[in-house]
Design a binder for this molecule. Structure first.
Ligand code: PLP
Length: 417
């Protein structure tokens, strides 16, 4: 057995689309770039899509285009891939890490508000410019609360949707008596979803795709993501000015209507080639199939691993439609980081690749050096990060492989209880 942690899902369609581009002279800034951007924007439901050479580049351009700069503070999560915070450091902005929700593993809205209120009491709230939620592992953040906070305190929202292509968040809205308002937050979520509030008031759920809720959203197409372009990423927004700025920044600061060698701002080469875009077009065409395959595998894991001793399966909140990026278990309290790592190594020896998604960003050496973070700064993030275990997860895992992985894992856990 040799089961990788992830693996892209490439068919003859992808091979055809890529080789078709290779038979043309348009390897970059050609027709496939526009086609990919248009089709992606249509799929996701945003006015503009700007494709770039990585998700990290996309995040960086968003920070720049929104005018976030030296000394500005952006509230985000430490339980994520490093890029969601390094994009801030490129512009010398300061990431403010707040703790996560222990079920969804996403940034905790109450902690965001706590930080803002504290800043207000110290009269330093003017530094806070934005919230950067990460829909970690494909589970959307509590966007109802986050957008509420952003509106109340006049903050921008940059969604890192790099792990959440296809995920959706259900906004709760009530209608009746010609009135339309949002359910107060103190109403229990489950009750609210199922109940009729009064004779004249009816509740509806308005589903929105992750990445299209804030001012800007970013997706990534590295080979382990839901869909791939080899390397690549895309920014989505409804704001034409931001879209134009991002297009200029990715292409050496050229303005869209000026001649080729005229540069109106400091730009980058963050372009994505038409070869990568062609690969993306084939994957986009197959996206529903891809997402369904992933859901089927996650459901099979869930079915075999639910109610086992020693760990719990991934939590999915009723307010979201998950898009499965990885399959991450959470070990019980009795296990620590050492036991978790020893389980990972035992599985590796049996040909099952596993990983410790994610070591917290604030404890990475670069962040410790820059900001002096210590153990204990974010108790929930740290406690959870020591106990997460990502199992192999990709479209072409067979049922037998899933059973083999699950049974091997159960064996390793039971030996340690
Ligand atoms: C993958 C990922 C990115 C961007 O990744 P690239 O490798 O630069 O495409 C950013 N944020 C998160 C949370 C990610 O998982």
């Amino acid at each position: 057995m040799n089961i990788p942690l992830s693996s892209p899902d490439i068919t003859e369609l992808e091979i055809k689309y890529v080789t078709d581009v290779l038979k043309t002279p348009y390897l970059s800034l050609g027709p496939k770039l526009n086609e990919f951007e248009e089709k992606f924007a249509e799929y996701i439901g945003a006015k503009h899509a700007i494709a770039v050479n990585s998700g990290t580049s996309g995040l960086h351009l968003c920070i720049k285009a929104l005018g976030i700069s030296e000394g500005d503070e952006v509230i985000t999560t430490s339980f994520s891939f490093i890029a969601s915070a390094s994009c801030l450091l490129y512009e010398r902005a300061k990431p403010i890490f707040v703790d996560i929700d222990k079920s969804t593993l996403n940034i905790c809205p109450d902690k965001i508000e706590e930080f803002i209120e504290k800043s207000i009491s110290q009269n330093r709230q003017h530094k806070i410019k934005a919230i950067l939620p990460v829909h970690v592992f494909g589970h959307p953040c509590d966007m109802q609360k986050i957008m509420g906070i952003a509106n109340r305190y006049n903050l921008l929202v940059i969604e890192d949707a790099c792990e959440a292509l296809g995920a959706e968040y259900g906004f709760r809205e009530t209608q009746g008596n010609g009135m339309r308002y949002t359910i107060p937050e103190f109403v229990n979520k489950k009750t609210a979803l199922n109940s009729t509030l009064s004779n004249h008031t009816r509740e509806t759920i308005k589903w929105k795709k992750a990445g299209t809720i804030g001012k800007v959203g970013v997706f990534a197409f590295y080979p382990n993501k839901q869909m791939t372009t080899g390397e690549g990423g895309i920014i989505v927004t409804n704001d034409k000015r931001i879209s134009d700025t991002c297009k200029s920044l990715r292409n050496q600061g050229r303005s869209s209507n000026s001649r080729w060698l005229k540069h109106v701002r400091l730009g980058y080469n963050y372009r994505i080639s038409d070869i990568n875009c062609a690969l993306g077009l084939a994957q986009l065409q197959r996206l529903e199939e891809i997402l369904q395959k992933r859901e089927r595998i996650a459901n099979l894991y869930n079915q075999i691993l639910k109610n086992c001793k020693g760990f719990r399966i991934p939590y999915v909140d009723p307010s979201v439609r998950m898009s499965w990026f990885v399959y991450v278990l959470h070990l019980d309290e009795e296990f620590g980081e050492k036991e978790r790592d020893s389980i990972i190594n035992a599985l590796k020896r049996k040909g099952i690749a596993c990983s410790n998604y994610f070591p917290p960003i604030h404890l990475q050496p670069i962040f410790v050096n820059l900001f002096g973070y210590r153990n204990g700064a974010l108790p929930i993030t740290e406690k959870i990060a020591e106990r997460t275990l990502a199992l192999p997860f990709h479209n072409n895992l067979t049922e037998q492989e899933v059973w083999f992985i699950a049974e091997t894992l159960k064996g390793e856990i039971n030996r340690r209880i």
